[in-house]
Design a protein around this ligand. Structure first.
Ligand code: ZN
Ligand code: ZN
Length: 343
């Protein structure tokens, strides 16, 4: 990843460095977590498909246990059959599911949602950065752990962020951006709610000052992490990945699912500051799909028999059930070009 981590001890005017002695152990925890999520090795397609299937089966079982029959039914139907358009050289152009459940925790639907968010916001972010000559940072804000439910935990951190945005320091240094919520739960059942912010920064500042501001906004937390975003596409992908997607769904119990069902209308992603207004007036141009590299929209007119835009081989389509999918992907991962899906 093209992101550099800013040191927590920025140089002071006299050339010395301020030691971050005041950082509590929680800081170490956060740094590790943030680093871990960014160095995640890429899963292969087949592994991803297998994990998504297992996650959905798990969620459907929990839903049945909660007598959420309709939800269970929808989860089972969602992406149960998919149609592919691809070429013998593993270039896949279109994946059309038979049905999408749109349930927030469904891994197939959150992938689609995450792609949509990226396609929507990336052109706006690029436009905003060019227009205002600002740089982007990824800021993670955390709060102290309390005995509370997800909803209370989310409200507490969002309220604190609202207070932070009203402070002079914030207004002076940030021109807007996006926020998204990340939920996790520790072994003791305590919720860890983080806000991931892509902030468009007007100018540099000492991170210790920002810690002080966050402490003033929360009343009891100064734990945060900040890094410069070198490539906005990568930065956005990183942040969007957290949207409403707890890392621990497979370890979810019935109570967790019940709690999530209660969050139905809670917003998990949003824009703020001048970036928010910029988005309202933004007119996407025809080149944006190309700039984003959104194959789905570039390949909209392709049908079976057309030449693959990348290698000129003829495209063909195939219908597969979600149970067959991992094996199909495995084949594309291991077979040499020209032998994909022809058996
Ligand atoms: Zn779904
Ligand atoms: Zn091809």
């Amino acid at each position: 990843m093209n992101q550099t981590t800013l040191s927590t001890s920025l140089p002071l005017p006299d050339g010395s460095r301020r030691l971050s002695q005041s950082s509590p152990p929680a800081h170490t925890y956060l740094d590790k977590r943030v680093t871990k999520s960014q160095t995640n090795r890429r899963r292969t397609r087949s592994q991803g498909a297998r994990e998504r299937l297992a996650t959905k089966e798990h969620l459907a079982r929990l839903a049945v246990g909660l007598r959420e029959v309709e939800l269970a039914h929808k989860l089972k139907r969602c992406h149960s059959v998919v149609e592919f358009l691809f070429c013998p050289n593993k270039h896949i152009y279109r994946i059309v599911p038979n049905f999408t459940c749109e349930f927030r925790l469904c891994p197939d639907c959150s992938r689609r949602r995450s792609r949509k968010l990226q396609n929507k916001y990336l052109p706006m972010m690029r436009g905003f950065m060019l227009h205002h000559k600002v740089t982007a940072v990824h800021l993670v804000l955390t709060q102290t752990h309390r005995k509370e439910n997800r909803k209370q935990s989310a409200k507490r951190i969002k309220d604190a962020f609202t207070r932070l945005q009203r402070r002079g320091f914030w207004i002076q240094h940030f021109k807007g951006g996006t926020w998204s919520l990340e939920f996790t739960k520790d072994k003791n059942g305590l919720h860890h709610t983080h806000l991931h912010i892509i902030g468009f920064r007007r100018k540099f500042f000492d991170i210790e000052l920002l810690r002080g501001e966050w402490l003033a906004a929360t009343g009891d937390s100064h734990v945060l992490h900040l890094k410069q975003i070198e490539d906005i596409a990568t930065g956005l992908r990183e942040v969007v990945k957290y949207v409403s997607k707890p890392l621990d769904i497979r370890r979810f119990g019935a109570e967790d699912l019940k709690e999530f069902l209660g969050l139905k209308n809670m917003r998990m992603f949003g824009t703020f500051g001048e970036f928010r207004d910029f988005c309202k007036d933004f007119e996407p141009s025809d080149n944006d799909a190309a700039a984003v590299g959104d194959l789905e929209s570039l390949a909209r007119d392709l049908v079976e028999g057309c030449a693959c835009p990348q290698c000129n081989e003829p495209l063909f389509s195939l219908r597969l059930s979600n149970k067959e999918l991992p094996q199909f992907y495995e084949q594309t991962e291991s077979s040499p070009p020209g032998k994909v899906g022809t058996s």
